[in-house]
Each structure stands twice: as C-alpha cells, then as structure tokens.
Design a protein around this ligand. Sequence first.
Ligand SMILES: [Zn+2]
Ligand SMILES: [Zn+2]
Length: 140
Amino acid sequence: MEFSSFCPHCRHFQEFTLPSFELKACTHCHKEIFPNATELFKESFQFNQCPHCGAAHLYRQKDFNRKLGITLLAVGIGLSFFTYGISLLLVTIIDAWLYKKVGNVGCCYSCKSQFRNSPKVDNLEPFDLELHDYYQNIKQ
Ligand SMILES: [Zn+2]
Ligand SMILES: [Zn+2]
C-alpha cells in the first residue's frame, strides 16, 4: 500500500510504500506515523479507523488528477478551432478512459491522509459530504 500524508507531529510531508504493515517513523522528527493503527490494520490493512489520526471514517475516491483533466480539456478547446471540433471529441474520450483506468484512493476525512494500491481501499464508502462537514466542524 502507498501512503502519503503529513506527519501528525511535525507536519512534515511523508510518502512511502509498504508491502505489509510495519511501524514507520517520520523522516523528519522520527516519531511514529501510525500511532492509531488497529490490529486489523496491522494484519491486513483494514480501515476500521484512520491509522494516522484515529478518525473513524474514511472514504474512497477516484485517484484522478484534476489538473491533468483540465489541461486536456483546455488543449482540446484550443485545438478545436483548427480541427473542427474533432480534438474536443478526442479529449472527451481520453478523459473518460483515464477516469476508468485510475484506481481508488482512500482518504481520511479528518487528517486527509491518502492510501493507495490496496484492495481494502476499494471497500471503503464513497465520499459523504455530511461526514466531511462533520469533521470540518469538530476541527474548528
Ligand atoms: Zn514528523
Ligand atoms: Zn486521519
């Protein structure tokens, strides 16, 4: 599984890949990165809570690079004048294909940690705006 987040202690950005669970220390402050990892998470990367901050809710979303999508669209529109709109059709197709191809990324509502390349990520619930608002509110 790939993991990317800010260190809960010093906010230093962390990114690493773990084939199986191991206790990881922050590269910057050397404190533990998964202080809230449960036994289930250690065994099989199950997200019964965020291993990072301990929040009970995580969601999945498409790991789609929005910037890339917008750039593609801009290029398509820019070229459509010369290609009589064919380029626009083409980028729409590429866009849809990319969207299908990308995997899911698991995110924590609370600390925004991201988890990739784990089948467990696909089992997470999709994004829920109410939960998102709930976590925004308790943070303030
Ligand atoms: Zn740190
Ligand atoms: Zn979290």
